[in-house]
Design a binder for this molecule. Structure first.
Ligand code: PMP
Length: 410
């Protein structure tokens, strides 16, 4: 990467952006050779600022669900842009989008819109407290719900008061959930659950029906809200919400990422029980009425439904998972593939220091395929059988690189 534009931009950024980059998209967390800066993206491909092309399996960490620069979504966004984006209030697209979401999402009697996933989870928690008049929120240990004090994975700059009414439980563990409910006493406002367990660097776990039902029952018994954080998984597993797959409906859901195929938007949906509470809280943002992203969301959700895109993503995800399993077997290098196939998590056995994961991903990157060693990846509806075949060729090189690693000294 010597003398590359990426290197130059990193150096310039270090002077004017603290640390050169914030948060989870800092390339320092990735193996050497991963670019920090990108120039363009199209379909399933993206190009870094030095012109290297990658077959993309991160999809902007989720938002890209129809492929980068989907023509119809961009056309809808552009048509709205030409009319107006930031105006003195919302455009017609807001009502159309809310109507579409109420139609698609069985638990939803209403929707309201924001910008980031953190806005949506935080608003859902505020609505739960407003609607119940209570304070405690149950959060799964290790779950990610955003980057503000009540839920940030880092405690730096966070006070204990910020977390005073947060209690934790273990995902999929009914006993620990019930213990946390007991600990909340009569003060339980809500239980927030991830669509499935997708903690960073860990094996993924789908919710068990027993856990989902226990969460619903506990919320009902305490007159509290059940909140599904569908920010990451939303619209990839089920257009009606990820917990439709376990037959449990939340009171409130938080959405973002893929809702508008990359345009900045998030949403909270809820049932009528929480309509008045939602109306009673004060929540707003300078850009929350932005009409372009709402028009893009109407197009995205319409296309997802029209094209049966979820079935395609599932088929492509299954082909990738099965191909990787075959390669893992033929190279005798055990892989752990967990969670839904549309959101693959690929980890190596005996790899606490990520040496294998990094070697695998570095080799794949050199072969032009962008995998992630620790975070779940994302399929989009644009991925084709040819893309999966190419990804598997790169994965084969990755496994060879793992095999070539020097044995760790005992
Ligand atoms: N919840 C989940 C499950 C997420 O994956 C994320 C983002 N990774 C968030 C909330 C926060 O969303 P945002 O980064 O848009 O604020």
């Amino acid at each position: 990467m010597t003398n590359s534009l990426d290197r130059t931009l990193r150096e310039r950024a270090l002077r004017v952006v603290p640390g050169g980059m914030w948060g989870h998209m800092h390339a320092k967390d990735l193996p050497e050779g991963y670019p920090q800066f990108f120039a363009r993206a199209e379909g399933t491909r993206l190009w870094d600022v030095d012109g290297n092309e990658y077959l993309d399996f991160m999809c902007s960490w989720g938002p890209i669900i129809l492929g980068h620069h989907h023509r119809e979504v961009d056309a809808a966004a552009l048509a709205q842009l030409q009319k107006g984006d930031a105006m003195n209030g919302p455009a017609q697209a807001m009502v159309e989008l809310a109507e579409l979401m109420v139609e698609l999402i069985p638990h939803a009697d209403w929707a309201q819109f924001e910008k980031n996933g953190t806005d949506a989870t935080t608003t859902a928690v505020t609505i739960a407290r407003a609607g119940t008049g209570k304070r405690k929120i149950l959060v799964a240990q290790g779950a990610y719900h955003g980057a503000v004090p009540w839920c940030s994975p880092s405690l730096v700059g966070v006070t204990s008061e910020d977390r005073a009414h947060i209690l934790t439980y273990t995902y999929n563990d009914v006993d620990s959930l019930n213990a946390a409910v007991d600990a909340a006493g009569g003060d339980l406002a809500g239980i927030i659950v991830s669509a499935f367990r997708h903690d960073y660097g860990k094996d993924q776990e789908l919710p068990t029906v027993a856990f989902a039902q226990a969460a619903r029952a506990a919320a009902d018994a305490a007159d509290a809200a059940l909140i599904v954080d569908d920010v990451r998984a939303g619209f990839r597993l089920d257009l009606g919400g990820s917990w439709e797959r376990v037959g449990v409906r939340p009171d409130l859901s938080a959405w973002s990422k893929s809702i508008a195929n990359g345009y900045a938007l998030s949403a909270v949906t809820g049932n009528d029980r929480f309509r008045a509470a939602t109306q009673s809280i004060f929540t707003t943002g300078s850009f929350w009425c932005g009409a372009v992203s709402m028009a893009a969301a109407v197009a995205t959700l319409t296309i997802l439904r029209r094209d049966n895109a979820l079935a395609h993503m599932e088929a492509m995800g299954t082909a990738l998972r099965e191909g990787l399993a075959r390669l893992s077997e033929s190279h005798a290098i055990p892989l752990r593939q967990t969670g839904p196939v549309q959101m693959p998590m690929v980890l190596f056995e005996d790899d606490a220091d990520l040496r294998k994961g990094f070697a695998f991903c570095t080799a794949a990157l050199k072969a032009g395929v962008y995998f992630h060693p620790q975070h779940n990846m994302f399929l989009s509806a644009a991925h084709t059988g040819a893309d999966i075949a190419r990804a598997l060729e790169a994965a084969e090189l990755g496994l060879r690189a793992v095999r070539a690693l020097a044995p760790v000294a005992a």
